[in-house]
Design a protein around this ligand. Structure first.
Ligand SMILES: [Zn+2]
Ligand SMILES: [Zn+2]
Length: 171
């Protein structure tokens, strides 16, 4: 166990199924959106939202991610059980970036800059103009009644917690 893991975590996060959890023991720096083509593919979205943290201030606290070397100099971590993209790092770097969406409280980690702008999708300019609705607005009432979340809650859980179908929605 590193020195950092004996301190209280400042931020925690993990994958959707809960098999992999992590902790940050310092505030991330240089939080950003990366629009590069590799990040688009790696997260399956229009960009990756990433929070860099020094490796010494970071620990995997439950399980470990599977990894894919997206290039000869970079490695990306993801949960092999549920597929959640979790991290990006250059192989020789003292920094690791975690995906903002996998943090337990992503609203506390806003991005401050864009990277990879050569691949930025032009339709992002129009996002603010699009109509919006809540999750419930978009789900039929009978489906809402049958819906039970299998997503790990947005906080650490006791040792021995296992992914399962029997938890309440929103817990
Ligand atoms: Zn998972
Ligand atoms: Zn990128």
């Amino acid at each position: 166990m590193s020195e950092a893991t004996r301190c209280a975590a400042i931020l925690t996060g993990g994958c959707q199924c809960g098999a992999v959890r992590y902790a940050l023991y310092a505030r991330p720096e240089g939080v950003h959106l990366c629009h590069c083509r590799m990040c688009q593919k790696a997260v399956g979205g229009p960009f990756a939202a990433l929070a860099p943290i020094r490796v010494r201030d970071f620990a995997w606290t439950r399980g470990t991610p599977d990894t894919f070397h997206s290039s000869s100099v970079a490695v990306r971590g993801f949960c092999s059980a549920c597929g959640t993209p979790l991290s990006f790092a250059y192989s020789d770097s003292e920094w690791i970036d975690v995906t903002i969406g996998s943090l337990d409280r992503p609203a506390e980690t806003p991005p401050g800059k864009h990277l990879g702008t050569e691949s930025r999708l032009a339709w992002l300019d129009r996002l603010a103009e699009l109509p919006g609705g809540t999750t419930d607005d978009d789900m039929e009432p009978d489906r809402q009644a049958r819906m039970a979340s299998h997503q790990h809650p947005d906080h650490d859980t006791p040792e021995g917690w296992v992914p399962g179908p029997d938890r309440q929605r929103g817990v």
